[in-house]
Design a protein around this ligand. Structure first.
Ligand code: ADP
Ligand code: LRH
Length: 479
């Protein structure tokens, strides 16, 4: 019997990959067939994404399918949230693909709150304040390059633009749209009233489509280039939306931690919580698959480690990094990992030192001290957020499921187990791609529903438990 392959193209802020998924004896199998680097570039004085290169990497990975003679039934693209491009009336790109870490949004919060209070804004969409949210980016564009906004005919989030390049079709997708802070939590549609208040043209925003919607087939020039045709489907195009679909449990007694460039920690809920208490805790209510909401918080996450490793010239393996950090576990200073100074510093090491100086704490000197200071502060932040979730929901949770590339960081997993006191499970690593694939499988009716899909994920992938026994750390496989 011919195997039915599905292809996830999952592009994170640090890397992108093409992952084929299929069902075999009741389990999901995946295989990475192509991987490429991603990162920020400087262009015209702004931090940008090299979107042309990302697209050519998408093509390279598709060619790999042909080479392996494993042609997918459908493909889905997901990327990080928040960022977008504008197209003019000839469907040509307007301006650069500016990245969320660029500082163009500085001061835009105050300007927006003069038009609508922060409280009312949250009440409408329940999205946490992050200074780089699309709402602030669009407002910055309106202030500095209004001609781009007035020429714009279409607003496309990054995955939607990549879909457009493959199919020629423009379709906006709901889960990623919620990260703009421009979607009303109740109506689950663009908040046109808010857009009007902000003088952002409403006509550029298209109908919102739910995951599992078909975008279209490849354009002829793409078929010619990659050697096959394929249907492009919308997964949860926001990577975190896809990742959380692949949490390997249906137990609502657990908290997830999607660990990649960002750490996203939270729970799934069926109704959004846009209350004042929730706003004060800065929890978000991102729109998810099948009308679920991701009630979570962004934490600076592995971005800090990625930068420090770069500054160490990538001279250490992960095991060496853990050993170095462990040697420095006497080091006491704690940083607020979500401080804005860590968002896009020239040097992360210097930013960490500066924070310690500013807060009158001991300054880390050795590589180990820098590493431990970040690890320790991240894990403490996780523990604080667990407490906040329990406080806001008035419920206790017994488990934490860490998913994504960062779940391979056994040092951090152990610290997380230590500080939270919860059972910590790690895996699957490629949760985002798996979530993307199961959405395509759900569209093809390979599973009855998400519950069945998650049960299948739990039995298909390695999930390890991080435990502390007699003061020592252990990790073992549950499958
Ligand atoms: P994103 O999708 O945001 O680009 P990923 O989910 O790919 O991020 O996760 C990348 C992170 O995973 C890295 O920054 C690193 O912290 C962690 N990681 C990757 N490989 C390993 C490894 N072998 N051991 C420990 N951590 C790892
Ligand atoms: C994680 C992520 C996160 C967003 C950020 C921009 O990759 O999508 O959910 O807040 O990137």
């Amino acid at each position: 019997k011919q195997i039915k392959y599905y292809l996830a193209i999952d592009i994170g802020a640090s890397s992108g990959r093409h992952i084929l998924g299929w069902l075999e004896n009741g389990k999901i199998r995946i295989e990475e067939i192509y991987r490429f680097e991603n990162g920020l570039i400087e262009k015209n004085g702004h931090l940008c994404w090299n979107i042309d290169r990302l697209f050519s990497e998408i093509i390279n990975g598709l060619k790999k399918c042909k080479e392996l003679n494993r042609i997918p039934t459908s493909i889905g693209i997901d990327t990080w949230g928040v960022d977008f491009v504008l197209l003019d009336k000839n469907q040509q790109l307007l301006g650069d693909s500016v990245a969320y870490r660029d500082n163009r949004t500085e001061g835009m919060d105050t300007k927006i709150y003069n038009i609508i209070s922060e409280k009312e804004l949250y009440n409408r969409n329940g999205i946490q304040k992050l200074i780089f949210n699309t709402i602030y980016q669009l407002f910055a564009l309106k202030e500095t390059q209004p001609e781009l906004l007035s020429q714009a005919e279409h607003f496309l989030m990054v995955p939607e633009y990549l879909n457009f390049l493959l199919t020629g079709k423009i379709k906006n997708e709901y889960t990623n749209a919620t990260t703009t802070q421009l979607v009303n939590a109740e109506t689950q549609d663009w908040d046109y009233e808010l857009l009007e208040k902000l003088s952002i043209p409403t006509k550029i925003f298209g109908k919102l489509h739910m995951p599992k919607t078909s975008v279209g087939n490849f354009k002829q020039n793409i078929i010619d280039e990659v050697g096959f045709d394929c249907e492009v489907v919308l997964p949860a195009t926001h990577d975190t939306g896809s990742a959380v679909l692949a949490v390997p449990t249906n137990d609502d007694n657990s908290i997830y931690l999607s660990s990649g460039t960002w750490s996203l920690m939270g729970i799934e809920r069926l109704i959004p919580d846009c209350t004042e208490i929730s706003r004060q805790h800065n929890f978000t209510n991102e729109g998810g698959y099948h009308y679920r909401y991701r009630y979570l918080k962004n934490i600076m996450g592995m971005w800090m480690m990625q930068n420090v490793r770069k500054e160490f010239h990538h001279k250490y393996s992960f095991t060496e990094l853990f050993t170095l950090a462990d040697i420095a576990k006497y080091f006491p200073s704690i940083i607020d990992v979500n401080d804005e100074s860590f968002l896009a510093p020239k040097s992360m090491i210097q930013a960490v030192k500066n924070y310690c100086i500013k807060t009158n704490q001991e300054i880390p000197q050795t590589e180990g001290e820098i590493l431990y200071c970040i690890y320790n502060s991240l894990a403490k932040c996780y523990a604080d957020i667990v407490k906040e979730i329990e406080e806001v929901t008035n419920k206790t949770y017994s488990k934490i499921h860490i998913i994504g590339g960062g779940c391979q960081d056994i040092f951090l997993n152990r610290l997380t187990a230590k500080y939270t006191g919860k059972d910590v499970f790690a895996g699957p690593i490629e949760a985002t791609a798996i979530g993307n694939i199961i959405c395509q499988m759900l569209k093809a009716k390979d599973f009855q529903d998400l519950i069945e899909a998650r049960e299948t994920i739990a039995k298909s992938f390695d999930v390890r438990k991080a435990e502390i026994i007699e003061g020592r750390f252990w990790e073992y496989n549950l499958n």
